[in-house]
Every structure is written in C-alpha cells, then in structure tokens.
Design a binder for this molecule. Structure first.
Ligand code: GUN
Ligand code: FE
Length: 424
C-alpha cells in the first residue's frame, strides 16, 4: 500500500541548495521507495485513493543522516583520556578492540552501536569492525537486524600492534574476500563490505597492495585513515621511505581508488589534495574526533575547492557522540569562519550518501530513492511561528546547532520504522 507522510519536508538538493516543502507530502510505495515529494496543495484528491496517511503535523521530515566513519568496537571507550592519536591507540584502543574476539562481546557492542546510530537519526554509515572475522560477521548480522544501511569492514593489520590483533596478510585478505562474497548487497542491498586497511602504519606493503588488488578484483570499496596526526605522518615517512608522501603510500598500493573513504585528511599538501580529487576518493571530516585527539583542523574550503567529495563522520570512539547534529555543529566550530548551514546539512545527508556511493538511493527525498528519514520536533525552537515563516538559512542554522537526538520522534529506513527496537 502507498503511504503519504505529511510534515515540513526539508532536504538538500546541492551543497548550496536546501528545499523546504511545507506542509509537504512524501509518497512512499509498499517497497519503501519514494514515488513523489511535493507540497500538499500540488496533490489532487484522487492521488490518495487506497492509500494510508501518516500525519506528523508541524514536525520536520529530514533525510536520514549519513555517518561516513566510525568504529563499532570503540563504543564503550569513548572519552578515555589521551592527547594524541598514537598514544590513544596504544594505551587504550588496541586492548579494547582485542576483546572483540569474544563473539558475545562483539554482538553486544554491534547491537548497541546500531541502536545508538538509529536513535540519533543516522540511517546509513560506513563502519570499522575489529580485525576479527567472526566479530565482523556478527556486525553484519546486527546491522541487518537493526535495519540500518551499513558499509562495514574487517580491520586489516599485520604489524605495529599487539600480537592479538595481528594476522598474516594472506589470512586477513582471504577472510575479507569471504566476507565480500557473503555480505555485499545483502539485506536487500542495505549492506556492503569495505576493504579496510586500518592505516599505513599497521599494514605491510604486502597487506596494503593485497588490499588494493582485492578491491580492484571485487569492486568493493576501500576505507582507511589518512593524514590525521603529525606523529602518524612521521611514522609513515619512516615505514615507507620510498613514498613521496602519505597519499603516495595508498596510491602505490592501489588502495586510493574511486569511492575510497579517507578519514581525516587534515595535514595534506595542496598536491595531495589535488591527487585525492583526481582519484575520486572521498575525505571524511570528523570534527569531534579532531578536537578530542587534538589532531588539527580539516581544511574544508580547500578540500572542497579542489573538487574532493567530502562527508561527515562521528569517528566514534575518538568522536564522543553518535549524533551527526553534533558533527554538523562542531564542523562549523572547527573552521575559522562560519560554514554555510546549507553546506553542513548537505555533508550530513546527500554529501555523505554520495561519498558512500549511494547518492542515487539515499540522501534526500528525490523520487526513486529509498524512504530513509527522521521526524524531528522543532516546535519549541520556532518561537510560535510555523516553519515556512522562517528564513530557511536561519532555520537550518538553528537545527544544526540545537537539533539533537532528544528531538527525534521517529526514524524510517526503506519505509519501515526502525527506532522502536529490532527490525523484522
Ligand atoms: N587511525 C588508525 N586507527 C584509528 C582509529 O581507530 N581511530 C582514529 N581516529 N584514527 C585512527
Ligand atoms: Fe577512525
């Protein structure tokens, strides 16, 4: 049966273009696909024959948010003290991730992680599991059960970490290949697998180039970290003396490919940024994490100006919040001049969808896309006015800075409500 969702529909059409349809109707078919979106007065009574109506009144309907970078096994260690990346990994994170060897721990963490994402209005994500193949399998099962859209990867590491987290390159790649065969396109296309070399420091040449080859052979996406921290860059220089810079490490291994998700990209040279643009990889801006680990400031304007696709990430557990509203807010705070609210909203929705390679399926309410959206109660923010009495830019800015999780009343993915517990 067709369903008409009624509310104040607000979505991004381009980095500098947000559209408000109020009161708007989103027409969704039985398969959870959007048939049409328009203001209510554009419909005729005959359009509604045999359909169901869900009226959200003055609430806002926003596209589901897209978190392009987070770590599932770090969910319980958020906020643990450390000044910088390398110490934080060594002193806290590696031991925490090692506990994912226990399937019960892995399942509990994954289950809570996806619930947290959904409750925060995030309907699609790109996530790192741990090095454990079983834990990664379990993460896919839990994502499927939660109903979320997720690209997940088994973390690849064969050096510079405790033994418990190291595997041979061959085992790591063979297991990744099996995960790709099992989970690519699973759950009606909601799930996908990313080849996930953690970063250059934790991967030998053999593992990195094997990861590049596997991605090329299978067409799977790659996700990794790039140029987050100055100490990390120095370690890369020592481990890869022949590479001309950090980006070249990934270029040489064939890891830097179209659709590659590169978390952070903070300390790149102009030349490296140009090469990212040419490669059609995406940079993931993780402001909360960058503040927490004192990593530095992502050059948002320069990266966008070079034509690089940019998305937003929570980077939980270096990020302290699952909320992409928080990421939008901090994404503004971290820059030296104000970031346009339209751009922040784009990065959290359509920009993220494009980075994940799902721009034709999600990211806004365009006809033909999946009905992934959230319902947000903003009435007390509007000071007695209705949504369309507001200047759109001011409304967006208020939402970005004050639109937190507690305001979210419902979350839908593919036309199914998913915020009340387990998906069928
Ligand atoms: N670089 C390599 N591993 C990690 C990680 O787990 N978190 C962050 N923020 N950066 C990394
Ligand atoms: Fe990360």
């Amino acid at each position: 049966m067709t369903t008409f969702y009624r509310g104040a529909v607000l979505h991004s059409l381009a980095p500098d273009h947000v559209e408000l349809l109020s009161p708007g109707l989103v027409e969704v078919d039985a398969a959870g696909e959007i048939q049409r979106v328009a203001v209510e007065s554009d419909y005729r009574p005959s359009d509604f024959k045999g359909s169901r109506r869900v009226d959200f009144g003055d609430r806002l309907l926003l596209p589901g948010l897209v978190d392009a970078h987070l770590h599932i096994p770090q969910i319980d260690i958020i906020g643990v003290e450390s000044e910088h990346l390398i110490d934080w990994l060594r002193d806290h994170i590696f031991a925490e991730e090692a506990a994912n060897e226990d399937p019960a721990v892995a399942r509990d963490r994954a289950s809570r992680c996806f619930q947290q994402l959904i409750q925060s209005g995030t309907t699609a994500c790109a996530a790192y599991s741990s090095v454990h193949t079983e834990a990664t399998d379990i993460a896919f099962e839990e994502a499927s059960r939660a109903g979320v859209r997720a690209i997940i990867g088994k973390v690849l590491m064969d050096r510079e970490a405790p033994d418990a987290l190291l595997e041979s390159a061959t085992t790591a790649l063979e297991d990744t290949h099996r995960l790709i065969q099992k989970w690519s396109g699973a759950a009606d296309g909601r799930l996908d697998v990313a080849v996930t070399p953690r970063f250059g420091i934790s991967c030998s040449d053999e593992l990195l180039s094997g990861a590049g080859k596997l991605a090329q052979q299978t067409g799977a996406r790659v996700q990794t970290h790039l140029s987050e921290n100055k100490g990390e860059i120095e370690a890369i220089r020592q481990l890869f003396p022949a590479a001309r810079d950090y980006t070249a490490v990934y270029e040489n291994a064939g890891v830097l490919r179209p659709g590659c998700l590169l978390a952070h990209c903070i300390h790149l040279s102009d030349d490296e940024i140009q090469r990212l643009a040419q490669s059609k990889a995406a940079a993931v801006y993780c402001p909360d994490s960058n503040f927490f680990l004192h990593s530095g400031r992502f050059p948002l304007d320069d990266t966008l100006a070079a034509g690089v696709t940019v998305a937003l990430g929570s980077d939980v557990g270096a990020g302290t919040s699952f909320s992409l509203f928080e990421a939008m807010k901090m994404g503004n705070y971290m820059q030296t001049t104000q970031v346009d609210p339209e751009l922040l909203f784009y990065l959290a929705t359509l920009g993220g969808a494009n980075a994940l390679g799902w721009g034709d399926r999600i990211g806004n309410f365009a006809a033909g896309k999946a009905a992934d959206f959230l319902v947000l109660d903003s009435r007390d923010l509007l000071r007695g006015s209705t949504v369309h009495e507001w200047d759109l830019r001011e409304l967006l800015s208020i939402l970005i800075h004050r639109g937190h999780r507690a305001r979210i009343e419902a979350v839908y993915i593919q036309g199914q409500r998913v915020d009340r517990g387990r998906h069928r």
